[in-house]
Design a protein around this ligand. Structure first.
Ligand code: SF4
Ligand code: SF4
Length: 244
């Protein structure tokens, strides 16, 4: 997601740009879009889904995720492992999404796409929204109209965007050598600190990590039970491990 190129200028939407969309089970296409796709997972997506399923992060990664390193940066790119011969998302049910309240960023954005990055001219974060090139989504012919910013808020995207952009800060960190992919041992650190949160928590509390990393008592107490705080600590740890 965050490594994709921005859409062409003509396709970029503004916060006030509008589109029509409504998704509901009366549509003949209901549930047909939850298959046959590369469905990316960000660290925060995984945090939310494992909480929803009440599953250990290591089990989730083993059962539901495929991963490959990005050829340019070396950072792991994770996506949902589609199942059966029809390549269906494992969370789709006849009634809809089984993890709807905690569905991933890409599912919340749909039918929009968002690409974000760092402007090379002034190093400021930038983001672009566009309508995805979808042909078989009847929801786009519905009457309900949205602006981009209404859609983003209605779909509960702000905390996802905030956490995803923190990951972006790490991938596009000014100290990262753009022409050199991160090493395998650095990839392992990224996997544990960002995606395998239950293993990271064990690492934090069962090694001298807290002392070595100078974690104060208040943060340590939060990290014990709060996955958002744990992921935030993971991001800080990674910045330190990769760039100092
Ligand atoms: S194709 Fe569009 S309208 Fe149909 S289920 Fe998917 S998102 Fe909803
Ligand atoms: S996570 Fe839910 S909304 Fe997303 S593809 Fe799977 S079933 Fe569909």
């Amino acid at each position: 997601m965050f490594l994709e190129s921005p859409p062409p200028e003509k396709d970029r939407l503004k916060p006030e740009s509008s589109f029509n969309f409504s998704c509901h089970r009366e549509l003949s296409c209901f549930n047909t879009c939850c298959r046959n796709k590369h469905l990316p997972l960000t660290p925060y997506d995984i945090l939310r889904i494992i909480s929803s399923l009440g599953i250990h992060s290591d089990d989730f990664l083993g059962r539901h995720v495929v991963y490959r390193p990005d050829p340019e940066s070396g950072f792991p790119i994770l996506s949902i492992k589609m199942i059966h011969e029809k390549a269906v998302c494992p969370f789709v049910t006849p009634e809809g999404c089984a993890v709807y309240h905690d569905r991933p960023t890409a599912c919340r954005l749909y039918p929009l796409g968002r690409s974000s990055g760092i402007d090379p001219k002034d190093s400021r974060p930038e983001e672009f929204y566009s309508l995805l090139p979808i042909t078989r989504c009847h929801g786009l012919k519905e009457e309900k109209a949205w602006t981009v910013s209404q859609w983003v808020n209605d779909q509960g995207l702000p905390p996802y965007i905030e956490m995803n952009d923190r990951m972006l800060d790490i991938v596009f960190h000014p100290r990262r050598e753009p022409a050199t992919p991160i090493s395998e041992s650095q990839q392992q650190k990224v996997m544990v600190a960002c995606y395998n949160l239950d293993i990271f928590r064990e690492f934090v509390f069962e090694t001298p990590f807290l002392k070595q990393f100078g974690v104060d008592d208040h943060t340590a107490r939060q990290v014990k039970t709060d996955n958002d705080a744990l992921l935030t600590l993971g991001f800080s740890f990674l910045k330190n491990a990769l760039y100092t």
